[in-house]
Design a binder for this molecule. Structure first.
Ligand SMILES: Nc1nc2c(ncn2[C@@H]2O[C@H](COP(=O)(O)OP(=O)(O)OP(=O)(O)O)[C@@H](O)[C@H]2O)c(=O)[nH]1
Ligand SMILES: O=c1ccn([C@@H]2O[C@H](COP(=O)(O)OP(=O)(O)O)[C@@H](O)[C@H]2O)c(=O)[nH]1
Length: 331
């Protein structure tokens, strides 16, 4: 079968291949890993996770020289207090609670960085040092930006809806999971530590995600709004973000039952290539969601910022609900 140059070009562009190849080459030359094929494989897996390849850019696989804070499992007493209160409220039975892990299981608190959880001026200084903002006043640059957090369990459909939101409303989209996977794909030492945490279905220290988020937001500082997908995963993460960046406009909760999420992830596992899309890690991710992220929903409910969509329906119907919410804020 003959192929015209135009048909060839259309085919490649339709599948986002030119920017993918460009991204891989730039990332490869930037990181120069010992095992280039493994690096390429990781990039391709990261790309497979993105339903819209157009989200891949020339710099998607660069191991950015951001100075991520050390991974260190410590927790401040103030953070413990927030979690204890929130979790004990969550332990009241409610309709979505079908987790076999809840009951009397010990509450596993996520690892977080003491330095970032304290509100003291000295710790604040440390967190700024970590992020190393460039020449701009970051907080000022973020003023009046629309910032929407998107929360929901693993496989609830956050990424699917975000893709559509970006198309319709032109927000800049960051998936915290994707940012972490890119760090892992970079082959850095830090990436290897993150990989282990993610494969256990646990949460990486909040200061690391916050650094990655701020670094990337600064790169898109002229965007009219940000869609922060899969974030915050724990109450303190939201508090730190709003303190360091800006208050969120609202929180979109993509709500699906644990059974639906599990079935979707198992289906996605057939093609996603994601190391954490396996039955055992899915269970752990759901457990982490119930323990750490459901309290986030309760926290923002109290602040009247939760906007829920029922993600048990088909994608178009869910997006109909999403649009009804977004149209009130962004026109
Ligand atoms: N029926 C149905 N399937 C959906 C819907 N949204 C997503 N899916 C499917 O469910 C799977 C998971 O969707 P994602 O958008 O990747 O979910 P996510 O919440 O971003 O998942 P993580 O990346 O693990 O956080 C995908 O294979 C989707 O095709 C929906 O509204 N209805
Ligand atoms: O703010 C975040 C976001 C993600 N993760 C880690 O990254 C994994 C994948 O996150 P993603 O949002 O891609 O998928 P989900 O867990 O929602 O299925 C999680 O299990 C966590 O280990 C994290 O620790 N903090």
């Amino acid at each position: 079968m003959s192929l015209t140059p135009k048909q060839g070009q259309d085919y490649l562009e339709k599948h986002g291949i030119p920017q993918l190849i460009e991204g891989i080459l730039v990332g490869l030359l930037h990181s120069r890993p010992d095992d280039p094929l493994e690096f390429i494989q990781k990039c391709v897996r990261t790309a497979q996770d993105k339903l819209d390849r157009k989200n891949i850019n020339w710099d998607s696989f660069i191991h950015q020289p951001i100075h991520l804070p050390p991974i260190q499992p410590s927790i401040s007493s103030s953070t413990k207090k927030v979690f204890k209160t929130e979790i004990s409220e969550q332990r009241k039975p409610h309709s979505r609670d079908s987790s076999p892990h809840r009951g009397n299981a010990p509450v596993r608190l996520p690892s977080i960085q003491k330095q970032d959880s304290d509100a003291s001026p000295s710790s604040k200084k440390k967190s700024c040092k970590t992020f190393k903002p460039s020449t701009i006043n970051f907080t000022e640059a973020m003023e009046n930006k629309k910032i929407v957090f998107v929360v929901g369990g693993p496989g609830s459909g956050k990424g699917t809806q975000c893709e559509r939101i970006v198309k319709k409303y032109g927000f800049t989209h960051f998936s915290s999971g994707d940012l972490l996977r890119a760090e892992v794909a970079s082959g850095s030492e830090k990436g290897a530590e993150l990989k282990a945490i993610m494969e256990r279905g646990e949460l990486v220290p909040l200061s690391i995600v916050l650094s990655l988020m701020k670094y990337n937001m600064e790169k898109h500082k002229d965007s009219k709004g940000f869609l922060i997908d899969g974030y915050p995963r724990e109450v303190q993460q939201g508090i730190e973000f709003e303190k360091d960046v800006a208050p969120c406009t609202f929180v979109l909760w993509v709500d699906a039952s644990q059974e639906t999420m599990t079935n979707r992830l198992l289906k996605r596992a057939e093609t996603s290539g994601r190391a954490d899309d396996n039955e055992e890690t899915i269970k752990l991710r759901l457990k982490t969601f119930v323990e750490a992220t459901e309290p986030v929903i309760e926290y923002y409910k109290k602040h009247n910022k939760i906007r829920r969509v029922n993600s048990e329906q088909d994608v178009d119907t869910v997006f109909g609900e999403v649009q009804a919410i977004f149209d009130q804020y962004v026109l």
